[in-house]
Ligand binder design. Structure first.
Ligand code: DX5
Ligand code: ZN
Length: 215
């Protein structure tokens, strides 16, 4: 059974409190929180201040996906805001190992996010130090895009790298996950499914979460 991490990027921000409470009462496992800086990605979302408010609505795991340059400048602020897992992009970090050490020393779980064009093999020497790989199945920056089919082969490749090293790193798939393609993504080896539009634009988000979970 996959873990389900709805992305609040697709939530109605005028009703953010209600959306968070709905997630809290649903079968969602994690809150997926997308932070964009208008530099690393061509969009701007929200930062630690908004996450701090959301934190008051639930004790579930807060999975913060940083799509920002120089994430080391903000790791502490996200810890203070309530992040449990902090993911940084491999493409945004000159000293990835140092970023991971910083995240762990602040008491968070560490994730590495990877863009669709970046070879999975580049994760080989960091897998032993991290908890999650957030594998992008769209180009980061926007919700509501279509799943890139080649991601399935990348999941299989990453899964065998993790197995070869005897590790328990979770594979999280982020972007374009739907009720139609989710089963195939899990069959390829995904452990965590992020879903934004599929959950929040459905007529019954809590039911959609249960259906994703039962795949
Ligand atoms: C994209 C974000 C995703 C996004 C997913 O840059 O990282 O988490 O919110 O949205 P959907 O599920 O709508 O593709
Ligand atoms: Zn994300």
């Amino acid at each position: 059974m996959p873990l389900i991490a709805p992305s609040l990027l697709a939530a109605d921000f005028l009703k953010l409190g209600e959306e968070c409470k709905m997630l809290d009462q649903s079968q969602a496992d994690w809150f997926h929180l997308d932070v964009m800086d208008g530099q690393f990605v061509p969009n701007i979302s929200y930062g630690p201040m908004v996450i701090e408010f959301m934190r008051k609505t639930s004790k579930k795991t807060f999975d913060v996906h940083l799509m920002i340059n120089e994430p080391e400048k903000y790791a502490e602020a996200f810890k203070k805001a309530g992040a449990d897992i902090l993911s940084v992009h491999i493409e945004a970090c000159h000293h990835l190992h140092r970023n991971i050490q910083q995240i762990k020393s602040l008491g968070m779980k560490a994730g590495v996010a990877i863009n669709p064009h970046t070879p999975v093999q580049l994760l080989k020497d960091i897998l032993q130090d991290i908890d999650v790989v957030c594998m992008m199945s769209v180009n980061p920056g926007f919700g509501g895009q279509s799943f890139i089919p080649h991601t399935l082969a990348r999941i299989t490749e990453l899964k065998s790298m993790i197995r070869e090293q005897g590790l328990n790193v979770l594979i999280e798939i982020d972007g374009g996950v739907t009720l139609e393609n989710a089963a195939g993504i899990v069959a390829a080896g995904a452990d965590v499914l992020v879903a934004g539009n599929t959950v929040f634009k459905s007529s019954d988000p809590a039911d959609t979460i249960s259906r994703l979970k039962s795949l």
